[in-house]
Design a protein around this ligand. Structure first.
Ligand code: ADP
Ligand code: MG
Length: 289
């Protein structure tokens, strides 16, 4: 009777908006102890808007122009937020004559002969560049993501951006708790922002300031602690972690690499579908015995 049950649950999963790529790992989902979520684009909408622009050296619109000119080369949600702000203010963006990504820490480019970097607080700390700690802390405590604009290696501005927590994230975490499953967030963003969002959503654990190559390592560590781990993500950076997890779940709107590394794809970008998925995995197994 097993094949029939399988067929039924496959059409059921399709109806629920779950595309199952790896049947075995989907069925193993019934043993999952912890779900690890990527923050940006998964638990949050991944739609950043500038809330504060603090000029340190230079005129605001000119600094926004420089920042947007390099960010126009990036697909990161932070980059999109900065470019959108420039567009809304009808600031003309230049094309950088060179460009490179500082993986998980931002990017740099040459604009009008100047070296322009937009980087994470982690980068600033690492390079021991001085900044206004008090302003930075104040913004981070409000859950805002802060990035720094450097022009020719000199601090030029602090840019704070706010994303929005998805409505269904909190509900999904509460239901997972009822099912005895832990919820963990993995993010490259700052510790304070991560803690703030963790509090909003009711997460069990938060790992912040995780570089892209460290995401897959973190999954292995949790597995070494004896946990069966599901990972949910959308980005290129999440692909190795999705592959390492016992159950890799990609958000349908995510990048191709993430989708190809996953066992299950959620058609809608809804964290609540992770709950539906684990429930389906549990009930499918019960029917089979
Ligand atoms: P996550 O997907 O968990 O939000 P990422 O690894 O994509 O994190 O990014 C980590 C951090 O690196 C961001 O919070 C930001 O500080 C910095 N960063 C990454 N890409 C950019 C970018 N295009 N512009 C500015 N900062 C960036
Ligand atoms: Mg991401």
């Amino acid at each position: 009777a097993a094949p029939l049950v399988t067929a039924v649950s496959t059409s059921l999963s399709a109806k629920k908006g779950l595309l199952i790529r790896n049947r075995t790992n989907f069925e193993e989902g019934r043993h999952v102890d912890a779900v690890v979520f990527d923050k940006t684009g998964t638990l949050t909408k991944g739609e950043f808007a500038i809330t504060d622009f603090i000029s340190v050296n230079g005129e605001r619109n000119e600094l926004l122009r420089l920042a947007a000119s390099v960010e126009a080369e990036s697909a990161h949600p932070i980059a999109q937020g900065i470019v959108r702000a420039a567009e809304e203010e009808q600031i003309t963006i230049a094309s950088p004559s060179s460009f490179s990504s500082l993986t998980g820490q931002g990017l740099e480019g040459t604009v009008d002969g100047k070296n322009v970097k937009v980087v994470s607080p982690g980068y600033i700390k690492e390079k021991q560049i001085s900044m206004d700690e008090k302003t930075f802390s104040g913004l981070s405590d409000q859950g805002k993501t802060v990035v720094f604009l450097l022009v020719d290696e000199e601090p030029a501005a602090m840019i704070a951006l706010a994303d929005q927590v998805r409505e269904s994230s909190k509900q999904a975490v509460a239901e997972l708790q009822k099912m005895g499953v832990q919820s963990i967030m993995l993010t490259g963003d700052n510790q304070k922002v991560a803690s703030w969002i963790g509090g909003q959503i009711g997460l069990d654990q938060v790992f912040a300031e995780v570089l892209p190559h460290e995401k897959a390592e973190k999954i292995k560590e949790l597995q070494k602690d004896g946990l069966k781990v599901a990972m949910t993500g959308d980005g290129v950076n999440d692909a190795p972690a999705l592959a390492n997890a016992d159950l890799g779940i990609a958000i349908g709107a995510g990048t191709d690499v993430a989708v190809e590394s996953a066992d299950v794809i959620l058609v809608k970008s809804d964290p609540h579908d992770v709950v539906a998925l684990l429930k389906l995995s549990r009930s499918t197994y019960r029917k089979m015995i």
